[in-house]
Design a protein around this ligand. Structure first.
Ligand code: HEM
Ligand code: NAG
Ligand code: NAG
Ligand code: NAG
Length: 475
């Protein structure tokens, strides 16, 4: 009996003690910011971040902080206290709660240059509608039935002019731009496309400048270029509206925008097109260039890729166009695509603004703060990918036992309501590009070139190569 009372008391006391700790922890939990360092006043840790990302190996900036503070930490960059997440679960939570707890947030320079009706800046229901319209335009059946023919033809056409020294990043940018213009408004490449592209380059340069026309000539030039681009596109939109009236319909994105039930204004359509051209341009051309760089530095992978594509070519008549079934029989190419996206991470992560106090993993992130979901930090984490910092396309092979990567760990295209609508298109474009490159040419780097990650991922010299025709093959 005494034993029972004693035991009973003991249980009560331990429950109480436990409760006390839980209450105490959850109270401090509600108030606890993620650990970290805010650095210097005003500049915070911005300079450390920039100097790290200007090197070939920016990882120490994140590694050091993850080691000290854990995978969620506080820093102070670009003028604001920012929580940095290198944690896949937290990243998923951020992506999924877009529009509820978080909203996308871009610096003033970028939002001014994109225009207020661009998909990247839209919110709420309008965003939902436009996002799904964009998704359906780039889905795999549209690519298979309509876009692939043009991708194949334009990539091939573009490579016809390649002799001797080629600056790969420049060429990839031209190709990507031509493809997007074709898909948006059915124009074949020509002088018009190229002069529009030159204006675009100026607009994009303005993204990373201070949005103060008085102080920044780059920004001033960008605004002027933005006006020119908008004028050129408005002209096309007006013309197409007229043509539609007389029953002449084309099968492109512009048609979908003009023909929808939404009754978009010319200005809305122009902003939308400006943003789409921006979103696909740097990203896709960078991934093309870096895939070639990594392959060049990994001859075994390049050899296997060549074999895969020579086999596809061998089964076709000379110059026969690539078909969807060909695209679907490039398993190793898909491994190369994923591995390039993993290692190089064109979009290293996404910035969001916190809309209400949010509790994550025992920390509280105050309303109004910025949060950065780093995809790059997860993709290069040894806990998620074995030997994570090296380029190894074989890790994606189905029969490779270590290949089972858990979902949510690999997110090069983001996720949730803002999942990249171009994710399949980018993969197809890269695959077709690699197909024609390896079957038609052999190449060597023309100069030594290095990767940098600020302000965007690219190589310092835009990867110049010397190409030679592979006459022995099928062309
Ligand atoms: C390798 C190539 C590409 C990569 C790595 C990439 C990556 C991404 C990522 C991570 C996002 C999410 C941004 C966020 O959550 O804030 C995004 C959004 C977007 N991407 Fe891509 N993208 C690529 C190619 C393309 C292409 C070819 C297009 C054109 C069709 C495109 C159009 C867009 C658009 C319009 C958005 C905004 C979606 C929204 O805010 O609702 N992307 N992209
Ligand atoms: C792709 O989008 C079109 C509409 O643009 C739709 O009819 C089709 O069912 C979609 N296909 C897939 C695979 O989602
Ligand atoms: C590449 O990554 C995607 C996720 O973005 C995945 O669905 C696909 O299975 C991967 N491909 C290979 C060959 O592992
Ligand atoms: C996986 O299969 C491919 C052929 O499909 C083979 O070449 C490769 O060696 C295999 N890899 C492993 C790790 O078994």
């Amino acid at each position: 009996m005494a034993g029972f009372v004693y035991e009973h008391l003991l249980i009560c006391v331990s429950v109480l003690v436990l409760l006390f700790f839980i209450v105490k922890r959850s109270r401090s939990r509600r108030l606890r910011l993620p650990p970290g360092s805010l650095g210097l006043p005003f500049v915070g840790e911005t300079l450390q971040l920039i100097s790290a990302y200007k090197t070939e190996n920016p990882e120490p900036f994140i590694d050091e902080r993850v080691n000290r503070f854990g995978s969620i930490f506080t820093t102070h960059v670009f003028g604001e206290p920012t929580v940095f997440s290198a944690d896949p679960e937290t990243n998923r939570f951020i992506l999924q709660n877009e529009g509820k707890l978080f909203e996308c947030s871009y610096p003033g320079s970028i939002s001014n240059l994109l225009g207020k009706h661009s998909l990247l800046l839209m919110k709420g229901n309008l965003h939902k509608r436009m996002h799904s319209l964009t998704m359906s335009f780039g889905n795999s059946s549209i690519i298979r039935d309509h876009l692939l023919v043009d991708i194949d033809r334009l990539v091939r056409l573009h490579m016809d002019s390649w002799i001797d020294r080629v600056v790969l990043m420049e060429e990839a940018k031209k190709i990507t731009f031509e493809l997007t213009v074709k898909q948006l408004m059915s124009f074949d490449p020509g002088e018009w496309t190229e002069s529009l592209r030159k204006e675009y380059v100026l607009v994009i340069e303005g993204f990373f400048s201070l949005p103060l026309p008085l102080f920044s000539p780059t920004y001033r030039r960008a605004i002027q270029a933005r006006t020119k681009v908008a004028e050129a596109l408005s002209l096309i939109v007006r013309q197409r509206r007229k043509e539609r009236g007389s029953g002449d319909k084309k099968n492109d994105m512009l048609e979908a925008l003009l023909g929808g039930d939404d009754g978009f204004s010319d200005e809305e359509i122009v902003d939308f097109m400006v943003a789409l051209l921006v979103a696909g341009y740097e990203t896709t051309s960078t991934i093309m260039t870096l895939a070639v760089k990594f392959l060049t530095e990994t001859p075994l992978a390049l050899g296997q890729l060549k074999e895969e594509h020579d086999e596809i070519r061998a089964k076709k008549r000379k110059e026969g166009p690539l078909e969807w079934s060909d695209y679907k029989s490039m398993p190793f190419t898909q491994c190369v695509v994923n591995e390039t996206l993993r290692v190089a991470n064109i979009i290293s992560g996404v910035f969001r603004k916190v809309m209400a106090d949010v509790n994550i993993k025992g920390y509280t992130i105050p309303k109004g703060w910025k949060i950065f979901a780093s995809f790059r930090a997860v993709h290069l984490d040894q806990d998620h990918f074995k030997d994570a910092r090296s380029f190894n396309p074989w890790r994606w092979q189905q029969n490779n036992s270590g290949a089972v990567t858990p979902v949510n760990v690999f997110t090069p295209f983001g996720g949730g309501p803002r999942l990249c609508p171009g994710y399949e298109l980018a993969r197809v474009e890269l695959s077709v590009f690699l197909h024609h490159l390896v079957t038609r040419f052999s190449w060597v780097p023309a100069e030594e070139d290095k990767l940098v990650f600020f302000p965007t991922t690219r190589t310092q010299k835009r990867y110049p190569i010397i190409v030679k025709s592979r006459n022995e093959c099928c062309y």
